[in-house]
Design a protein around this ligand. Sequence first.
Ligand code: AMP
Length: 113
Amino acid sequence: MKTLFEKIAAKEIPAEIIYEDDQCFAIKDIRPQAPSHFLVIPRKVIPKLSQASQQDKELLGHLLLSCTEIAKKLGLDEEGFRVVINNGEMAGQTVFHLHMHVLGGRPLSWPPG
Ligand code: AMP
């Protein structure tokens, strides 16, 4: 069965896609938690970060660099932005297809809830 994000990548479910390449894509979060909130998602389905392996090293680096490139294009770099990965249910993960949240555009408190 396809994950939600595979269906979005296949354009079976509509989403605002803001970036795409051969390894990943980025969409605007449907329930934004900050003025800017997008998700960077690998095309490869890794259910959660803790299931990534040594073979995914390059992909994980690519995802992080994509987060920063997109954040810079959106003008978030000057004031700052946050990259979040929820790993597992207790951490708040609801979609079991690895993704990085990028949030910015307002002051973000610490520690997170
Ligand atoms: P997580 O809770 O870390 O697994 O993050 C999943 C994120 O996906 C949440 O922030 C949701 O708001 C977001 N989301 C769920 N469905 C969609 C959708 N159809 N389009 C865009 N974002 C979505």
